[in-house]
Design a protein around this ligand. Structure first.
Ligand code: SF4
Ligand code: SF4
Length: 208
């Protein structure tokens, strides 16, 4: 990757013009940001670093945990007096980090593979981010013996919570129709999510 590419890729994203206009360094985004209370994370600094377009700094940032600390709460969106959206800028930085393979250099970046294979696949295969039948007791021993028992008796247990469980129609954890799952699949395709997922798989494989 040459020195011009990262800044160019960030600014070429169609979201950029809305996410990053001009910054007067007021720090309101940082003051409201919940992630800044937990991590060494400062959206004001990130906006500035992106605007400075220093390729070495951008390479370091996209290779680090920093861009994965944001919780995407979008509290920063209505607060910025210049109309920036630091949370959307983070979305762009994450996409560029994945597309350039830089994400594999950080621990939180590498977790994208597990997130893709768990939550991502859950959404496309069940329609839910998390579904109890997908939380396998063997891979989640921290859930304890009660969870293992519930998993082995799922049909009896979940049907007691709601009669609509795993059935067509309304109800908690109802079965999502094949048509709706097909729509979800198409959304993930046309929005570029599946392409991003493939890149996560191939770049992670190279790193191993
Ligand atoms: S979207 Fe991210 S940067 Fe914005 S306030 Fe929420 S955690 Fe902070
Ligand atoms: S709130 Fe807006 S103008 Fe203020 S530091 Fe954050 S991005 Fe810059």
């Amino acid at each position: 990757m040459n020195k011009q590419d990262l800044s160019g890729l960030i600014m070429a994203d169609p979201r950029y013009s809305e996410a990053c206009r001009s910054c007067m360094n007021c720090g309101v985004c940082t003051a409201i940001c919940p992630a800044s209370g937990y991590y060494d994370y400062d959206p004001r600094v990130i906006v500035n670093l992106v605007r400075e377009s220093d390729e070495e700094t951008l390479t370091d940032m996209l290779s680090s945990d920093l861009i994965w600390y944001c919780g995407q709460c979008m509290s920063c969106k209505p607060r910025c007096p210049r109309g920036n959206i630091p949370g959307v800028l983070i979305q762009i930085l994450r996409a560029v980090s994945i597309n350039t393979g830089l994400f594999v250099h950080s621990a939180l970046g590498r977790q994208q593979l597990a997130i893709k294979r768990s939550i991502g696949h859950n959404i496309l295969e069940t329609g839910y981010c998390v579904h109890p039948t997908r939380v396998d007791p063997e891979t989640h021993p921290e859930q304890g013996p009660v969870w293992a028992w519930m998993s082995n008796n799922a049909d009896q247990v979940y049907g007691r919570f709601d009669k609509g469980y795993d059935k067509a129609g309304p109800g908690l954890l109802r079965k999502i129709s094949p048509e709706a799952l097909g729509d979800l699949d198409r959304i993930f395709e046309v929005t570029g999510c599946k392409k991003l997922w493939n890149t996560i798989e191939t770049e992670s494989e190279k790193h191993i």
